[in-house]
Design a protein around this ligand. Structure first.
Ligand SMILES: [Zn+2]
Ligand SMILES: [Zn+2]
Length: 402
């Protein structure tokens, strides 16, 4: 990417924020877009992948106060179009200004950042750092010189059924993330070929240009500042040096996991750089609601519709448990809404804790009754005519002279 392309891009518009947006606003906008367009959520969707890369690039610049300042200044100087002039306004524009390369922490997407992004490398998402590194004259597609940087933490989501959450489950998890292209090793050239040194700038990535009394350095137009040209691009990454890596992991969900709970897979995040430890992978579990059962801590809950007569006369009900059934005795005269506790039929966790099954009895009133039932009900109503179900209220109304 050349400085001109960089200037032509409206990173603010890409993220849908105003140019005076706060760091927080930028972060928020980025996270939303990155989630929506993440390759994991949009397999095979080239449009989403393109957008994902674009917002990642925008965020890589706007999230870094120094780079954002540079970008803003450059835009102010040259406008967002190509208003000519040189690019002398770029700090660090000289050869060896590798400081421009910045970190881009995958963790930022998910708020699980492994500390400050730090100077980024070419591994994983760091490809952006390289693009920018190239812009500022840093040559070569390989990882930067930083060493000992722990890999970023990564967060992903899984959706499981209620029963799986209660009993635990083992799931395959497919993860994809941008990584240094394995086909070309990141240099962007078709295997067997290699990038050649750009003849225009002799590999410097910059050309000098005289304008009046001043000499400007600007990124080489022929190699887009990279210092090399690729005649035969890598078929895997189309010369970008970055491709999507997909890997499959097995995740064991422990029994009794709650909706929204995160499971940590140590060392399964982004690889560390310079021999440092890999980051962790956090799997956030989403539990689909069940039509019958609910959950309250370790207790399983169920609402059982009953007839008025069942509560009034007493009965024995068969109640489903998660994988079997139990008989529950309902004493005569049980109130509607009463909760019966069946010990030990709830959620068993690995730590040995064991919940109960809570059965809520709920009277259902039929919307229609047949003639026979109606006659019986009317007879019942006559029989209880002298009984007042709401004496306190009757007393209150009487006090008011009703
Ligand atoms: Zn490649
Ligand atoms: Zn060149």
């Amino acid at each position: 990417m050349s400085a001109r392309e960089w200037l032509d891009k409206d990173f603010y518009r890409e993220l849908g924020v105003s140019s005076d947006a706060s760091t927080d606003e930028i972060k928020k906008a980025y996270r939303k877009l990155a989630r929506e367009n993440h390759p994991d959520a949009n397999p095979g969707n080239a449009e989403a992948e393109k957008k994902f890369k674009a917002v990642s690039e925008a965020y890589g610049v706007l999230s870094d106060p120094d780079k954002r300042k540079e970008y803003d200044e450059a835009r102010a100087l040259f406008g967002s179009g190509r208003t000519g002039g040189g690019f002398g306004g770029f700090p660090g524009g000289g050869p060896g200004g590798a400081g421009g390369a910045g970190g881009f922490d995958l963790g930022d997407i998910f708020g699980q950042g492994a500390g400050p992004g730090g100077p980024g490398g070419a591994g994983g998402f760091g490809g952006l750092g390289d693009m920018l590194g190239n812009l500022f004259g840093r040559r070569g597609g390989a990882a930067g010189a930083q060493r000992g940087q722990r890999g970023s933490d990564v967060e992903t989501d899984v959706r499981i059924d209620f029963a799986e959450a209660v009993k635990g489950a083992t799931l395959p998890l497919r993860l994809s993330s941008p990584a240094t292209c394995g086909t070309c090793g990141g240099n962007g050239a078709r295997p067997g070929t290699s990038p050649r040194t750009c003849p225009t700038c002799a590999g410097a990535g910059l050309v000098n240009r005289n304008q009046g009394a001043f000499a400007f350095s600007e990124p080489c137009p022929d190699c887009r500042g990279s210092g090399h040209q690729i005649d035969d691009p890598c078929p895997e990454c189309a010369g970008e040096g970055v491709s999507t890596r997909t890997r499959t992991l097995t995740v064991r969900i422990p029994p009794g996991v709650d909706d929204g709970q995160k499971i940590r897979l140590a060392g399964q995040g982004e690889p560390g750089k310079g021999g440092a430890a890999a980051g962790d992978l956090f799997v956030r579990v989403h539990v689909r609601a069940d039509e019958v059962f609910g959950r309250s801590g370790n207790d399983l809950t169920i609402t059982l519709p009953v007839e008025f007569t069942e509560l009034a006369l007493g009965t024995t009900l068969t109640v489903p448990t998660l994988d079997s059934k139990v008989s529950v005795r309902v004493p005569a005269g049980t109130a509607s809404g009463r909760v019966l506790r069946v010990r030990g039929k709830g959620i068993a966790k690995r730590d040995g804790s064991q919940g109960d099954l809570l059965v809520t009895l709920q009277v259902v009133v039929p919307s229609k009754v047949d003639d026979e039932a109606k006659a019986a009900l009317e007879k019942y109503a006559d029989a209880v005519a002298k009984h007042d179900p709401r004496p306190e209220i009757t007393a209150l109304l009487r006090d008011r002279g009703e």
